[in-house]
Design a protein around this ligand. Structure first.
Ligand SMILES: [Zn+2]
Ligand SMILES: [Zn+2]
Length: 220
């Protein structure tokens, strides 16, 4: 049996994905990006006998934290996010703690590692589950595409670095759980993304900006 089980759920009207991650042996569980339909997320945990102790945020755009206040109040869980995303999170939940790049969070018998992946926002974190190998990518990587880089605080060059050197360095069999259901399939593998996703095939800032139809930073 794997150390952790990951359950993906599509919620809301913006094709958002949330995840419930649980340790079947100890029953400890985490929610990722409780955006909408929090009652459905909590029911997944409840039906498995899991107890939600942690809430992990990929970033604090509204479509990823719209249900955070409700989820935090219902569970009393500790919320973890990148330091620059703290102010928004602390406006929604009482127990919020920063997470450092490469910090490993213990959840029952499993480990979930924070990968700082700026570009969409400065504080984006992808959550890398070691066993089974899986990465929850929020709005950084979608199946067959990637998140926008035209928001306040977006940085196309940082996005290329995050995609190529942080996500691209994970084992190829890693299962990809994106933040939105924008692809042909709800999940994929890093191997598939590396060979099919134009956001990963564009391996220079210039090529990436051409793909995203945004100005190349050095020319701005
Ligand atoms: Zn976003
Ligand atoms: Zn989003």
């Amino acid at each position: 049996m794997s150390a952790l089980e990951i359950v993906q759920l599509e919620v809301g009207l913006l094709q958002n994905f949330c995840e419930v991650i649980g340790c079947p042996r100890t029953g400890e569980a985490a929610l990722v990006d409780p955006a909408f339909e929090v009652d459905r997320l909590l029911r997944i945990a409840h039906d498995r006998g899991w107890r939600v102790t942690t809430i992990l945020l990929t970033h604090t755009h509204d479509d990823h934290v719209a249900g955070l206040d409700e989820a935090a109040a219902a569970t009393g869980a500790v919320v973890r996010c990148h330091p620059v995303e703290l102010p928004v999170a602390r406006g929604l939940a009482r127990r919020v703690e920063p997470v450092a790049d490469r910090e490993r969070i213990t959840l029952g018998d499993g480990r979930i590692e924070a990968l700082h992946t700026p570009g969409h926002t400065p504080g984006c974190v992808c959550w890398y589950v070691h066993e089974p190998a899986a990465v929850i990518t929020g709005d950084v990587l979608f199946v067959g595409s990637c998140g926008g880089v035209s928001y306040a605080g977006s940085d196309p060059a940082a996005m290329v670095q995050s995609l190529q050197h942080t996500l691209g360095a994970l084992p190829e069999h890693t299962k990809v759980y994106p933040g939105h259901d924008y692809g042909k399939t709800p999940t994929s593998t890093l191997a598939w993304e590396l060979t099919h996703n134009p956001a990963l095939l564009a391996d220079t800032v210039e090529a990436f900006c051409t793909y995203k139809r945004v100005p190349v930073p050095s020319l701005v």
